[in-house]
Every structure is written in structure tokens, then in C-alpha cells.
Design a protein around this ligand. Structure first.
Ligand code: FPP
Length: 238
């Protein structure tokens, strides 16, 4: 039985190429990708993953053509509307991280509603990154702490690793143990820059809509074989 990573993070890449390969509009790729996100949430629940973080929409994705941005945000809202009862029934606690200030108000309201509804759930913690950028996250943490310093509430020398981490969007959640990127690119794309410092990275050429249970199990098996030394000379079990 492989050791299941407590926290898995996904960079869900390849929706557009998946659609293009089948001569379908890109929005169909996002729609199928969205359905796959729901499947993977359930797959992670089943495997006993404790925290699942999905990179749904990056701060840079705002620079895509307006129509595509609208389509992606519409897909997210439709999925949230449709899945809210399931999320609840599966005992999932859902949190959204990112700069939500530019979201359409209906999507924003829905997110807050689900966060509130699932706040006390004790199963999988599902984190969805929307309008999220790792650099933005670090900046907003620095600004919050600088403000406390300028108000005399905090001394600069008291800004510890722990205090800084707690200002980041993941708050008290531990860093991902395993970060999986689909779609064949080998980069982090401004995802959880602070938190990925010692995460195990797994890259696959499978396009996100095709990433299935078997692929997930392969990624977990690969993770199990890694030696996690965190800069030391011997393995440290998370
Ligand atoms: C990247 O594919 C994917 C996105 C920009 C995000 C879309 C994600 C969803 C619709 C699923 C979210 C759903 C939930 C419930 C969290 P790409 O367009 O960059 O693909 P490409 O590299 O092939 O063009």
C-alpha cells in the first residue's frame, strides 16, 4: 500500500490542447477539465488525501482573451452551483485562495456561500486557487506585516518563518507534499512559490482532461519512492 501524500497540489494544464487536438473549441477543453477536477476531488477523498489544492485560474490567466476568461469563470460558477450539495455530502471543507477582487459578483458570492457552508466539515480540505499568483501571495503577506510594523504592533525582528507563513493564503495549512503538473510543461507557473520549497514535483505529459485514477496512482507511487531529505542527509517522513 503506497504512502499517501497528506497534501497534493495540482497544476491542471492542457485543457486547450486537449480540445484543439479534437478540433473542438478551447472552452470544451475547460469544461471537460472541470468535470475531471470533480473526478479527481473524489479520487483524492477515496485515497485518504487530507488536503487537495487545485490551481484553477492564475493571476496571469486574466491576460487571456476576455471571452476565454469569461468562459472559465462561468464553468467554475456552474460547477460550484451544481456540486455544492455533493461537496457538503462528502464532508469536504472548501477554501478559495487568491485575489478575488476582480471576480464577477455571482461567483464571489457563491464561493463565500460554499466556504461558509463547509467551514466545519472534517473530511478533505479542498483549496481552490482562483486569481492566484505565488508572487502576489508573498507581496500581500509582506504588506500586511509591514503595516503591523508601521503601526508599532510588531517588531521587524519578530517576523519569523511561522509568522510569515501564517500571512500567506494557505494560512495554517502545511505545504504540499506532492505537486503534480499535467500537460507536459516543466515549470511552476507562479503557483505556491513559498510552499513548494520542499514539495516533491511530478510532471506528466498527460493533458488534464485525460488525467485519471490510474495516472493519480502512478504519481503517488512515484512519490512513495522519493527520498525526502529536506536538505539533510537522511530521509525525513512528513
Ligand atoms: C489550463 O489549461 C487550465 C486552466 C487555465 C484552468 C481551467 C480549469 C478548470 C476549468 C477546472 C477548474 C475546476 C474546478 C472545480 C477547480 P490551458 O488552457 O492552459 O491548456 P493549454 O496549455 O493546452 O492551452
Amino acid at each position: 500500500m503506497p504512502k499517501i501524500p497528506a497534501h497534493i497540489a495540482f497544476i491542471m494544464d492542457g485543457n486547450g490542447r486537449w480540445a484543439q487536438r479534437q478540433q473542438l473549441p478551447r472552452k470544451v477543453g475547460h469544461r471537460v477539465g472541470g468535470e475531471n477536477a470533480i473526478r479527481m476531488i473524489k479520487a483524492c477523498c477515496k485515497r485518504g488525501v487530507k488536503i487537495l489544492t487545485l490551481f484553477a485560474f492564475s493571476s496571469e490567466n486574466w491576460n487571456r482573451p476576455k471571452q476565454e476568461v469569461t468562459e472559465i469563470l462561468h464553468i467554475l460558477r456552474t460547477l460550484f452551483d451544481r456540486e455544492v450539495q455533493q461537496i457538503h455530502a462528502l464532508n469536504i471543507c472548501m477554501r478559495v485562495i487568491g485575489d478575488l477582487s476582480h471576480l464577477p459578483s455571482a461567483l464571489y458570492t457563491k464561493i463565500k456561500e460554499i466556504e461558509c457552508l463547509t467551514r466545519d466539515k472534517t473530511g478533505l480540505i479542498l483549496v481552490i486557487a482562483i486569481g492566484y499568483g505565488g508572487q502576489w501571495d508573498i507581496l500581500q503577506a509582506v504588506q500586511a506585516l509591514a503595516q503591523q510594523v508601521s503601526q508599532g504592533l510588531l517588531r521587524a525582528e519578530d517576523i519569523t518563518h511561522e509568522r510569515f507563513s501564517q500571512q500567506l493564503q494557505l494560512l495554517d495549512l502545511p505545504a504540499p507534499d506532492l505537486c503534480i503538473r499535467t500537460g507536459g510543461e516543466y515549470r511552476i507557473s507562479n503557483f505556491l512559490l513559498w510552499h513548494l520549497a520542499y514539495s516533491e514535483l511530478y510532471f506528466t505529459s498527460i493533458l488534464w482532461p485525460d488525467f485519471n485514477d490510474l495516472a493519480l496512482d502512478e504519481a503517488i507511487t512515484a512519490y512513495t519512492a522519493r527520498d525526502r531529505r529536506f536538505g539533510t542527509l537522511h530521509e525525513i517522513t512528513a
